[in-house]
Design a protein. Sequence first.
Length: 116
Amino acid sequence: MPRTRKAVSCPVEVTLRVIEGRWKVMILHHLLQGTQRFNALQRLLRGIAARTLAKQLRDLEKDGLVRRKVYPEIPPRVEYTLTPLGKSLEPILMAMHEWGEDFSHRVPSSSRSTLR
């Protein structure tokens, strides 16, 4: 029997579902700096497989956070840009960044190693 996802009952859960996973927040963070090409994102996100990056970008595009533009060139050039909805996540992502910095200064370094 296939697993079905539990119905979302809380706005915080909605937000977490949209940005869940290891890479989506980092993709959004880099796109806040401006339009990026696929290979540039892959270089910025050290350790991400091309297949994983493509899937995460498709998910973000499906959710309306990212716009994908393909240029009719050979080889094809593809650029990713945040939509206005994606840009609306900026204060949330910045708050997460600030909280993470504060947390990392308050917790002993031996405890932080478990977060990586």
